[in-house]
Design a protein around this ligand. Structure first.
Ligand code: CP
Length: 313
């Protein structure tokens, strides 16, 4: 099976279970490459990739860039804040300008849901969604799945609790779309004002009590409170949020002893997660970042037409 039959990687809603598994399986040898002294293979030599982030990023943008470099692609970042976007250039004209320079793949993050889909429809470049509004963040969910699978051996049938700002979370949506293809029990918990309306229709269970939601869970995925997307006060104060929903030791009493704690980062320590948990061995936050490079290498390689057996060592 080739992922390259799809021009773009825009979300997990329309990706099959087999395609998700292919990316996760391909990320295993990619992770071996990034553990070497010389982290460079010629696999994407002659290909050009550009990252275009209309929203801030540390992990996603940098990991795409280094993933491309490890595979020998030529990688360029467009610093949007210093670009002609600031002179009023439209997304369409920016995209066309990039296309005619000969780039093969564009990795885009945008505050508008659907912006990567718009670009994908209007360009011959391959487009990867690095987060669009509150819609999807597919490579984040893929790296979450890789991290879980590495520890638990499987995704099949696990109970995964996603905590916090569900309403604004593209990470939650991509996790829901993907995990539901593996028969997981998906629980969402957070304040009613941060719960997305009608989200139950996606086959998830909604909770408002943190301890009930994490009882018996295999994985707790803690979301960042996205202050930048909250234009009205959706809860009284950060202290009140922390009292009810922060993942800390005394809230984990009813969780499984070997429960895995994930957080996509960046963290608001003392708001959605305590430092003692964030820095504990139960938390896989740094491993998620490392795995993000491997998963993005796998996605880039497969999208450019590679197969699992063709990785150039
Ligand atoms: N998890 C994530 O998307 O982090 P960045 O915003 O730093 O890319």
């Amino acid at each position: 099976m080739k992922l390259a039959q799809h021009k773009d990687l825009l979300g997990l809603r329309d990706m099959s279970r087999e395609e998700i598994q292919l990316i996760l399986d391909t990320a295993i040898p990619m992770k071996d490459i990034i553990k070497r002294d010389i982290k460079k293979v010629p696999t994407l030599r002659g290909k050009a990739m550009i990252t275009v982030f209309y929203e801030p990023s540390t992990r996603t943008r940098t990991s795409f860039e280094i993933a491309g470099k490890y595979l020998s692609a030529d990688t360029v970042n467009l610093p949007v804040a210093l670009s002609s976007v600031q002179k009023g250039e439209s997304l369409r004209d920016t995209m066309k300008t990039i296309e005619v320079m000969g780039f093969d793949v564009m990795v885009i993050r945008h505050s508008m849901s659907g912006a990567p889909h718009y670009v994908a429809r209007n360009t011959n470049m391959r487009v990867i969604n690095a987060g669009d509004g509150a819609n999807e963040h597919p490579t984040q969910a893929l790296l979450d799945f890789f991290t879980i699978r590495e520890k638990k051996g499987t995704l099949e049938g696990l109970t995964v609790t996603i905590v916090g700002d569900i309403l604004h979370s593209r990470v939650a949506r991509s996790n829901i779309y993907g995990l539901s293809k593996f028969g997981c029990e998906i629980r969402l918990v957070g304040p009613p004002t941060l719960m997305a309306p009608e989200i139950e229709k996606l086959g998830v269970k909604v909770y408002y009590d943190l301890e009930k939601a994490i009882e018996g869970a295999d994985v707790i995925n803690v979301l960042r409170i996205q202050k930048e997307r909250q234009h009205v006060g959706l809860f009284p104060s950060l202290d009140e949020y922390a009292n009810l929903y922060m993942i800390k030791n005394d809230k984990l009493k009813k969780a499984k002893e070997d429960v895995l704690i994930l957080h996509p980062g960046p963290m608001n320590r003392g708001v959605e997660i305590s430092s003692e948990i964030a820095d504990s061995t139960q938390a896989l936050i740094n491993e998620q970042v490392t795995n993000g490079v491997a998963v993005r290498m796998a996605a880039l390689f497969l999208m450019m037409g590679g197969t699992r057996d063709e990785i150039a060592y």
